[in-house]
Write a protein that binds this ligand. Structure first.
Ligand SMILES: *[C@@H]1O[C@H](CO)[C@@H](O)[C@H](O)[C@H]1NC(C)=O
Ligand SMILES: *[C@@H]1O[C@H](CO)[C@@H](O)[C@H](O)[C@H]1NC(C)=O
Ligand SMILES: *[C@@H]1O[C@H](CO)[C@@H](O)[C@H](O)[C@H]1NC(C)=O
Ligand SMILES: *[C@@H]1O[C@H](CO)[C@@H](O)[C@H](O)[C@H]1NC(C)=O
Ligand SMILES: *[C@@H]1O[C@H](CO)[C@@H](O)[C@H](O)[C@H]1NC(C)=O
Length: 253
């Protein structure tokens, strides 16, 4: 009796775990005969970000700049999907300098767009990203690129201002990947290249220390794009075009 129950349980688990392309995808609770989903599922980004985290500060910025619609549109309507790097509320409250308070609406918008890539990347894909770094973000352009490095399995991101890491995977299901990052990503295009030296101890907000002499300004040859870089760029351009067109419509409404 006991044995046959175990056998049934094991074969059920095997059947469930090898469903899609032989990929282990976790165990759905419901019976194993649901209607096949037509295309990728709709992921409500607002809902996702309001339930996880807390990511309220970032979500508020996304909503006030309407960038949330751009991201949702990308998630809804593209094959590419989207990858978001979301700082927790505490990352924003720790951010004293530079301040986000006196940014213009356009700068705030770029800051939000800087936290996303116009492509879905699973954790396994980050190895490739470190090879093709710098990677253009949704904000587009070389000054809005991020560098990725894989440090013994942990993904590090460098934006010039912030050197941070992916601290957890919040949601990784095509077409939407959301990763939590430890710091707000600050693009050089907004905050300049006059970056204070990285403090050795993480806290210590060194007040007004002179800008370090060894911060190399972005070298011109870092602008020469690799082919994959160019691909990301053209996506960014497409997105900009879309934004421009969408903006045009809004004016007529
Ligand atoms: C997405 O979620 C938000 C917050 O839960 C909700 O207000 C909104 O109506 C949802 N949007 C859609 C299209 O379901
Ligand atoms: C995304 O898709 C949902 C469900 O189909 C829809 O309600 C929502 O308006 C769409 N949002 C955008 C920005 O396309
Ligand atoms: C914001 O204001 C501070 C002084 O209050 C100034 O030093 C800083 O440059 C300003 N930042 C921007 C992006 O304008
Ligand atoms: C990552 O690289 C591997 C081989 O190096 C390749 O098979 C895979 O398709 C790449 N993934 C992406 C998202 O480019
Ligand atoms: C990113 O990597 C490129 C090439 O390795 C380098 O030239 C550039 O300075 C790096 N940028 C940042 C912000 O670390």
């Amino acid at each position: 009796m006991d044995y046959s129950n175990v056998v049934i349980a094991i074969s059920l688990l095997l059947a469930l775990s090898t469903s899609v392309n032989g990929q282990v995808i976790g165990f759905p609770i419901q019976s194993p005969a649901p209607a096949p989903a037509p295309g990728p599922q709709y992921t409500n980004l607002t809902e996702l970000l309001s339930l996880a985290g807390p990511f309220h500060t970032f979500l508020n910025y996304l909503v006030s700049t309407k960038v949330i619609d751009t991201f949702q549109e990308q998630a809804n309507n593209t094959e590419e999907g989207i990858t978001l790097f979301v700082p927790k509320d505490s990352a924003f409250s720790k951010l004293k300098k530079p301040s986000l308070l006196n940014l213009t609406t356009d700068q705030l918008k770029s800051l939000c767009l800087f936290h996303a890539l116009p492509h879905y990347y699973s954790l396994a894909d980050f190895k490739n990203l470190s090879e093709i770094s710098p990677v253009n973000t949704f904000a587009g352009g070389a000054l809005y690129s991020l560098n990725f490095t894989d440090v013994s399995g942990t993904v590090h991101l460098t934006s010039g201002w912030a050197n941070t890491k992916v601290s957890s995977a919040v949601h990784v299901t095509y077409p939407v990947a959301v990763y939590q990052v430890d710091k707000v990503l600050l693009p050089e295009a907004i905050f300049g290249t006059d970056i204070p030296p990285t403090p050795v101890v993480d806290i210590a907000p060194t007040a007004d220390s002179p800008a370090s002499k060894n911060v190399a300004a972005a070298s011109p040859d870092s602008m020469s794009p690799s082919s994959s870089h160019r691909m990301m760029s053209s996506w960014a351009i497409l997105n900009h075009l879309f934004l421009a067109i969408a903006g045009g419509f809004l004016i007529f409404l």
